[in-house]
Design a protein around this ligand. Structure first.
Ligand code: ZN
Length: 203
């Protein structure tokens, strides 16, 4: 399975990193080895002094598809989740500056947190889901899917032009503002609509 990640999908986060607003979604991937195993702490890798949390809404693909029209995209997922796209920001900035791929900064072991999956049927509107991340009990990132530049069904249409989507693939839909560095002993707790979805200890 693969993790397909979207960058720069919330205006407020584009502004905080002083990035340009894209004309197309920014897409990158993480391998399955980047998934943080359940109940395991996140270890800050030794090659970075500035690993940021990026809390994101996740979508789990439930059938194989290619060239999926956004009108039919809703048939390709039943579950919504929450996760973290951990990013070694110092390494990413260096790679970006050289025009090189981001993989080392985004795809290292443990860099993808996948929380609990929730049936999409509990949400009245998939494009109006509140979520937030608390670091040591304080809310640091708040988002709502209505603020996505490209909504979930549009993302499925877009990425499936390039990659065949397979059962179990996960789409990370981008992060809102409020990213910051994590430190040893931090506790990161993610919430969808005020329901706790995951809790991660940083080491
Ligand atoms: Zn991200």
């Amino acid at each position: 399975m693969k993790l397909i990640c979207i960058g720069r999908n919330y205006t407020d986060h584009i502004e905080e990193l002083e990035n340009e607003k894209p004309t197309d979604p920014v897409v990158f991937m993480k391998p399955d080895t980047s998934i943080l195993l359940k109940k395991q702490p996140f270890f800050i890798p030794d090659f970075s002094d500035d690993v940021h949390h990026e809390v994101e809404i996740l979508v789990k693909i439930n059938k194989v598809g290619k060239y999926i029209d956004k009108k039919f995209a809703h048939k390709y997922y039943d579950e919504i989740g929450l996760g973290i796209d951990f990013t070694a920001r110092d390494l990413q900035s260096e790679l970006k500056g050289k025009g090189l791929p981001w993989e080392k900064a985004k795809s290292f072991d443990g860099a993808a947190v996948i929380g609990n999956w929730i049936s999409k049927n509990i949400f009245e509107n998939i494009n109006d889901i509140d979520f937030h991340l608390e670091k040591n009990g304080e809310a640091v990132q708040r988002g709502n899917t209505k603020f996505m530049l490209w909504k979930i069904d549009e993302l499925i249409e877009y990425v499936s032009k390039y990659f065949t989507l397979k059962i179990g693939d996960v789409i990370f839909t981008g992060t809102p503002a409020g990213v910051s560095a994590v430190n040893p002993n931090d506790i990161l707790v993610g919430y969808i609509n005020d329901e706790q979805n995951f809790s991660i200890k940083v080491k």
